[in-house]
Every structure is written in structure tokens, then in C-alpha cells.
Design a protein around this ligand. Structure first.
Ligand code: FA5
Length: 325
């Protein structure tokens, strides 16, 4: 293309880039591609071109036309309301909005803070696990229904996404001689159908205390102290008999709290005394040491504390929801 036509193309594309809104785009089209537009004018110039150069000039004009039409279509496809690159610097700004922690992060931080004040050291464990840490060392038999492929995310190579933070009990006890007092927060994964209270990825806070003479009274008073520190001094805790392969006895933890002015019992997690088989598996003598463990659902706790009606809202990243907190 001659430099002369190239200059026209550059000018046209610059003008297109700066055109604002649907009106600006249409004005550009009329100016450059319209029946009386600049491209038509350039086509008229062909009569002034030497005979032997006319063919090349015609081809160059065609390629200019093609380039301008393609740029126009592309810009139109982006939406006529696409903001112009030109901005009005005299417009008042919307003000700066500071970022903040997600409500789940905040809940975990607050929970770790309360347990930290009770002497629990925060630790972490991997989300990608093996069956020993997720099941076997936790005394879950080979044929236990909790191991079903329909209830877990197996990778097919012996690894899996952990289904509970109880894996961290084994990670710690494998390498740390008692006394041990840890708390572990993190994501867990289960192929549960999403509804108002279930999600396939959620968070748990796991607690573990192994020492001499630890009893179920220590477990209950720890959970009660947590409930009162986190939900308020009139919160109450109740333990309902249940079953987990890694604790004996086992219980579901309910907390009594005021919701919309009414007292209600809400299930928050599981707990129990560490099963002697688990201690033996990690080389700790169950005759000398005893312990308790608990696992609490973070989303359920956040929902209760902040009056969130649906767990899914916490994962949708809708700014209107996030800004509520
Ligand atoms: C457990 O995961 C045990 N590991 C807890 C435990 C730890 C027991 C230590 C004994 C000793 P469970 O499957 O009940 O237990 O889950 C614990 C909590 O996680 C539930 O009470 C609930 O608050 C939360 N939870 C379970 N499934 C979901 C889900 N799909 N979505 C959101 N929260 C869930």
C-alpha cells in the first residue's frame, strides 16, 4: 500500500479507537465508509493515477476498504456501549473502595484466635491427600461406606482431595510426640449436591488435644468456652451420641444460640475422644496418653453468626453480598 493510503488507514483507525458510544461509531462509519465518505473520495483519485499504476492503486484501495470494514465490525461486536478510551477527567470519581477479607477467611481467623487463646497452636495440612491420612490411620475400615467413590474425589492414582481436616491429626501425630494441642483450618471436598446448607468444597476447623489424663469433660468445657467466646456469654453446648471411626465415644456438637430472637440448637460439627487405635497407629501408647478431637463446619458457623440464609452465596462472589460484611 502506498504511504499515502497507509496514512489514511492510520488516521481512520485512530479515529475509530477514539469514537465514543453508538453515535460516535455511526459518525465514523459515515465519514469513512459512507457513500460520500473519505474512502469513496480516495477511489475518485484513481483517475489521476498513471495508467500503469492503476491496477496496484486499485488493489491497495481494496485492501484499505477491507481493513476499515473489519475494524468497524470488530468494534461493533464489542458492543456499542463499549466505553470510549477518551475519558472525562473532570468527572467526580466514585471514591476508593478498600478490599476486605472474605467472610469465610474472617470466620476462620476469629475461630483460630479464640482457640489460640485457649492454647491451641494453628497448623495446616495438604488438601491433596492419600487414603492413609484420610481413612486408614483414622481407623476407617476398608469397607466403610465413607470410602465410597461416590462420596469422595479420588484422583485414581492413590491420591484424593481430603474429605475432612481430621487428616491433620495424623500429619501431626506422626511426627510430634505428645503433649499436642493443635487447631487446623482448611478446605475439604465432598461430592455433595449443592443446596442451602451443603457445598462440594467447604471449610472445617479441626482441634486435637493429646496429653495425660485428658477427659471428655475437657472436651466439653473447651467447646463451651469456644461457643461463649465466639457467640456470646449465654451460648450453650450440647453433645449428642454419634459415631466416628476415629473417636470413641463420639458425639455431634450442637450449640444453642439466639436466632432472630429465638433460642435454637444448631449442629456445628463432630467430636469425641481419640480412639486408642488411632494413637497406636501413630506409635503413641494409649495406656499413657488420651486425647480429644473435634471438627467444626466453618460455613455453618458463619451462616449462624452473620444470618446468611444460603451457603452458596458465600461462593458466588457477588459484590453486593460481599460488601455486606
Ligand atoms: C467430620 O467431618 C469429622 N471429621 C468431624 C470430627 C472431627 C469428628 C474430629 C470427631 C473428631 P462431619 O462429616 O459430620 O464430620 O462434618 C463436620 C461438619 O462439617 C458438619 O457438622 C457440618 O457443619 C460441616 N459439613 C459437612 N458436610 C458439609 C457440606 N457439604 N457443606 C458444608 N458443610 C458441611
Amino acid at each position: 500500500m502506498s504511504t499515502h493510503l497507509q496514512d489514511h488507514q492510520d488516521a481512520a483507525l485512530r479515529a475509530l479507537e477514539q469514537s465514543a458510544g453508538a453515535d460516535g461509531l455511526e459518525a465514523w462509519r459515515i465519514e469513512w465508509l459512507g457513500s460520500k465518505g473519505r474512502l469513496k473520495g480516495l477511489m475518485g483519485d484513481i483517475k489521476d493515477v498513471a495508467k500503469e499504476d492503476r491496477k496496484a492503486f486499485g488493489q491497495a484501495l481494496n485492501s484499505l476498504k477491507g481493513a476499515l470494514e473489519a475494524a468497524f465490525e470488530q468494534r461493533k461486536a464489542k458492543g456499542e456501549t463499549a466505553p470510549s478510551r477518551l475519558m472525562d477527567i473532570t468527572e467526580p470519581s466514585g471514591g476508593e473502595r478498600a478490599g476486605r477479607r472474605h467472610i469465610i477467611t474472617r470466620t476462620i481467623d476469629d475461630m483460630l484466635d479464640v482457640f489460640g487463646r485457649m492454647g491451641f497452636t494453628p497448623v495446616t495440612g495438604p488438601e491433596l491427600e492419600d487414603e492413609r491420612h484420610n481413612f486408614t490411620a483414622l481407623n476407617v475400615p476398608e469397607a466403610h461406606p465413607a470410602r465410597e467413590p461416590t462420596d469422595n474425589f479420588y484422583l485414581g492414582d492413590g491420591r484424593m482431595l481430603r474429605s475432612q481436616t481430621s487428616t491433620v491429626q495424623i500429619r501431626v501425630l506422626d511426627h510430634t510426640p505428645p503433649p499436642v494441642r493443635i487447631v487446623a483450618a482448611g478446605r475439604v471436598y465432598r461430592p455433595d449436591t449443592h443446596d442451602a446448607t451443603h457445598y462440594s468444597m467447604f471449610h472445617q476447623v479441626e482441634g486435637l488435644y493429646v496429653d495425660r489424663n485428658v477427659t471428655i469433660v475437657d472436651l466439653k468445657s473447651t467447646l463451651l468456652a469456644f461457643a461463649r467466646a465466639y457467640f456470646g456469654s449465654d451460648a450453650e453446648v450440647r453433645m449428642r451420641p454419634s459415631f466416628f471411626p476415629f473417636t470413641e465415644p463420639s458425639a455431634e456438637v450442637d450449640m444453642k444460640m439466639k436466632i432472630k430472637g429465638k433460642w435454637q440448637w444448631i449442629e456445628l460439627g463432630g467430636c469425641g475422644m481419640v480412639d486408642p487405635n488411632v494413637l497406636q497407629e501413630v506409635g503413641i501408647d494409649p495406656e499413657e496418653w488420651t486425647g480429644f478431637a473435634f471438627g467444626l463446619g466453618v460455613e455453618r458457623i458463619a451462616m449462624r453468626r452473620y444470618g446468611i440464609g444460603d451457603i452458596r452465596w458465600m461462593f458466588e462472589n457477588d459484590e453486593r453480598f460481599l460488601r455486606r460484611f
